[in-house]
Design a protein around this ligand. Structure first.
Ligand SMILES: NC(=O)c1ccc[n+]([C@@H]2O[C@H](COP(=O)([O-])OP(=O)(O)OC[C@H]3O[C@@H](n4cnc5c(N)ncnc54)[C@H](O)[C@@H]3O)[C@@H](O)[C@H]2O)c1
Length: 315
């Protein structure tokens, strides 16, 4: 297939591109190399993709309709991962989030309608559940009370996709990712921040007084779910993609300490705006319909990240 992949220089986009290219798909990667976090990391990911058979990269913005139009021409699927993805940053930059995450997705979806693209897969998030009270969260649970502007933009994406499917019959699959981690991960996320602080001898800032629980999901597992969604191309579905296990934050920190061979100094801080106490995915629907089967637990996944981190930063 020929697949438009937005956000291809991003963390999940990079791994998705690798998987699609490895099985012989053509990938048109579109990314504006947003400076939200260190763009040199994005350039390094891109370097590994460029030159691979079947990969074409367009450095461009999903807010530029003409660019989206050109990139989409002749494709069999649009896989939309580009977004501003940080929860905390969304409080400081609401306009950018509304533009990139809502207008940007509209451009992709509307162009898919015009060009009659056979299927659209897009990234949603566990953030649509807000500070839910019932766990594990199921796709059919209420998602009408987000606690961050970021979460609201993802919920908006789901509504837009639903409306486009109803009105124009475009096949749309939304994937609610749960705290994704792994090699080439994002510098604004806990695993990167903790590892970076620990290996540089700085204290770890632990929010929520260390009492949070997360469904950490290895990027390899997420990619297997994305690829399955691209292939199955359901009419209209939403899937949780998590690991299906709820882990204590302090157990996660312990595994990081063991993998780094160092004990951290910890600074316990209150929850931050936009944080939720628990994320936990019911993944039975993805298992049943996508054949999704997470393979990597944090005990194996965290050391893989730390090994990458040490190599990449030559520590
Ligand atoms: N990583 C997670 O834990 C997680 C969890 C839930 C949902 N998601 C979603 O998954 C998707 C991928 O996330 P990620 O962790 O890889 O984030 P990322 O920031 O690494 O990747 C997003 C990419 O989109 C690009 N981008 C941003 N604005 C753009 C624009 N206007 N035009 C073109 N490209 C643009 C960025 O440069 C970046 O490379 C996002 O939609 C995110 O919201 C991620």
């Amino acid at each position: 297939m020929k697949i438009l992949l937005t956000g291809s220089a991003g963390f999940i986009g990079f791994h998705t591109a690798q998987a699609l290219l490895a099985r012989g798909d053509d990938v048109i990667g579109l990314d504006n190399m947003s400076p939200y976090y260190d763009p040199t990391l994005k350039e390094a990911r891109l370097k590994l993709l460029e030159g691979k058979k079947g990969f074409t990269f367009i450095r461009g913005d999903i807010l530029d309709r003409e660019t989206v139009k050109k990139c989409m021409e002749g494709t069999d699927r649009a896989c939309h991962l580009a977004a501003l993805a940080g929860v905390r940053y969304s409080f400081e930059h609401p306009e950018e989030y509304i533009a990139t995450n809502i207008r940007g997705f509209f451009n992709v979806l509307d162009e898919a309608r015009i060009q009659k693209i056979p299927g659209v897969v897009y990234a949603s998030s566990s953030s649509v559940y807000g500070d839910a009270k019932k766990f594990p969260a199921k796709e059919s649970d209420p998602t009408d009370a987000q606690v961050s502007l970021y979460g609201m933009t993802k919920k908006d994406n789901e509504l837009l996709a639903h409306t486009y499917h109803r009105l124009y019959g475009i096949p749309v699959t939304g994937l609610r990712f749960f705290t994704v981690y792994g090699p080439w991960g994002r510098p604004d996320m806990a695993l990167f921040l903790f590892t970076d602080a620990l290996l540089h001898g700085h204290p770890l800032s632990i929010f929520g007084e260390g009492k949070m629980q997360r469904d950490w999901t290895s990027v390899d597992d997420i990619v297997s779910g994305i690829v399955a969604a691209i292939d199955k191309n359901f009419d209209e579905e939403i899937f949780n993609l998590g690991c299906g296990r709820k882990e204590e934050l302090m157990d996660f920190v312990k595994i990081i300490e063991e993998s780094c061979g160092k004990e951290a100094t910890k600074e316990f801080l209150p929850m931050q705006p936009g944080d939720v106490r628990v994320t936990s995915a019911d993944i039975s629907k993805a298992k049943r319909m996508l054949g999704y089967e997470p393979k990597t637990m944090i005990r194996e996944g965290v050391p893989k990240f730390i090994q990458w981190y040490r190599e990449y930063y030559a520590l």
